[in-house]
Ligand binder design. Structure first.
Ligand code: ADE
Length: 248
């Protein structure tokens, strides 16, 4: 899989790309990440990628020109205003723009994206994007949560790491086995049960005897009950935060 990242802070990605699972995926040839500095596609002396909003108001907006130029130079994509049908490059590449108002990133979305051959991620900064950037390309808007960060770089890293670990062969055998047993990922209906490793006693805290018993049937049963308990606890704390479901 190839992922193109368009950003004004490519340096933020350097340590991220050279450690852990993402580095492993790149080293194995399963993932190629290309970083594009949007400032390289500006023409003014200050290399500015942003400008003040028409109509006034606080903050700065990403200007259209550097983004349009970079997308064309790197991906060969043309804006929908200039082509009757999407260019071949556009249809082969899944274009994703990171913004707080997008669809929330989830495990099912990561699984879908992991099946793509080519993703392109646009990381915004400032207050947002000139609307023409959003209108001219078939973006999928993706958010990592209902909060506002100063830019799309950290959200893009979350997406890249989430996808990288789903590419077949990237996780080692032990890690994939662990993942398979977590078929109930945290956003799904059930929560995970607690886990313990060695030592069996630590600072007066003991691993539950049942996990040391070797009785796999009882261990499974314990895990199932603990999962249910964790799920009920979460439901109860949600009710405290949000109130009971209407009409229930
Ligand atoms: N840019 C700023 N905040 C963001 C968020 N929560 N998700 C995605 N992109 C963002």
């Amino acid at each position: 899989m190839r992922i193109d990242v368009f950003t004004i802070f490519p340096e933020l990605f350097h340590p991220f790309l050279t450690m852990g699972i993402v580095e492993r995926a790149r080293f194995a040839g399963a993932l190629e990440v290309r970083l594009t500095q949007l400032r390289a596609f500006t023409e003014d002396r200050h290399r500015s990628v942003d400008d003040r909003p028409y109509g006034g108001g606080p903050g700065m907006l990403f200007k259209p020109e550097p983004v349009f130029r970079a997308l064309h130079a790197v991906l060969g994509v043309t804006p929908s205003t200039e082509a009757a049908a999407p260019s071949e490059a556009t249809s082969k590449t899944r274009l994703i723009v990171l913004c707080p108002s997008g669809e929330q990133l989830s495990q099912p979305l990561l699984e879908e994206l992991a099946g793509e051959e080519h993703l392109a991620l646009l990381c915004g900064r400032y207050e947002g994007y000139d609307q023409r950037i959003l209108d001219a390309f078939p973006w999928q808007r993706v958010s990592i949560g209902d909060y506002v960060l100063s830019g799309g770089e950290i959200p893009a890293m979350a997406l890249v790491e989430g996808v990288a670990r789903l590419i077949p062969g990237v996780l080692g055998h032990d890690e994939s086995a662990v993942r398979d047993s977590f078929s109930e990922w945290p956003g799904a209906s059930g929560l995970d049960h607690p886990h313990y490793t060695r030592p069996p006693q630590y600072r007066g805290m003991a691993v539950p005897d049942i996990l040391l018993s070797g009785d796999h049937g009882r261990i499974e049963e314990w895990r199932r009950k603990e999962s249910e308990r964790a799920t009920r606890r979460r439901e109860a704390s949600r009710e405290v935060c949000e109130g009971p479901e209407q009409g229930a």
